[in-house]
Design a protein around this ligand. Structure first.
Ligand code: MG
Ligand code: MG
Length: 249
């Protein structure tokens, strides 16, 4: 079910989104060679819970055991934080975090470099971020869900990379995952029409090599089939009569 948000609910999501944005900055500051993905999980969880009324959305969601998803290199999304996963110079780490605040969820992700990274990986991060920005800019009243995916895919293909198709963006708010689904590919003017009060998590996942994915035996971690690297950037945006309002900047 599509659930439109009132201006007041959007303000509440913006307040939660502010905590979420700051949590990402805290995690970013902790990303370094030698840090473990469990270290990053603790940084995020402690920071979120230090705000009265805020909790990490992911902990326990569908049985997920941690507060963040931490996915290294060829891992696309849903990596489980572990004290055994140690970051190395040249890695990339995708960190996905949700915050539940005032009865509403916000959702965002970043991919951070660990120390110095190679040129191709630098381009991967830039193209994925640009694709997200194109998707956010397409989240306007009167546009369609397909316009968002089309905008994202256009940037990714121009950059020479591929878009993951099995995983999609989504409505967000009262639930972490609401309708509509927001694929990262699509045709202009297809799908649901965007209206004032719709809140969406837009989240391109972009692979250096093929778009094909598989899920590891832990039943969570999604990786690229060809072992190529993958990046993930996400923001929660409100579609408003004044234009797209990014709530997790
Ligand atoms: Mg997310
Ligand atoms: Mg999401």
């Amino acid at each position: 079910m599509v659930q439109l948000k009132s201006p007041r609910e959007i303000e509440t999501m913006a307040a939660g989104g502010k905590i979420l944005a700051a949590a990402h900055e805290k995690v970013r500051a902790a990303v370094r060679p030698g840090a473990t993905t469990m270290d990053l999980d603790k940084v995020a969880e402690d920071f979120i819970r230090s705000h009265a009324g805020a909790t990490p959305s992911f902990k326990g969601l569908y049985g997920f055991p941690a507060s963040i998803c931490a996915s290294i290199n060829e891992e696309i999304v849903h990596g489980i934080p572990s004290p055994k996963r140690v970051l190395k110079e040249g890695d990339i780490i995708s960190v996905d975090i949700g915050v539940f605040y005032g009865g509403l969820h916000t959702d965002s992700a970043n991919t951070w470099p660990v120390g110095a990274i190679d040129e191709k990986t630098t381009k991967l991060l830039r193209v994925t971020k640009d694709a997200l920005e194109a998707g956010l800019a397409a989240a306007t009243v009167g546009n369609y869900v397909g316009d968002i995916g089309h905008a994202i895919e256009t940037v990714v293909l121009k950059g020479g990379f591929s878009v993951v198709r099995e995983l999609v963006g989504h409505g967000v708010g009262h639930l972490m995952h609401e309708e509509p689904q927001v694929p990262n590919h699509g045709k202009p003017k297809r799908g649901m029409r965007l209206v004032n009060g719709l809140t969406l998590a837009i989240e391109p996942m972009v692979n250096v090599g093929s778009a094909a994915t598989r899920t590891l035996g832990d039943k969570w971690t999604v990786i690229t089939v060809d072992g190529s690297r993958s990046a993930h950037f996400e923001h929660t945006v409100a579609v408003t009569n004044e234009g797209p309002r990014v709530l997790t900047r």
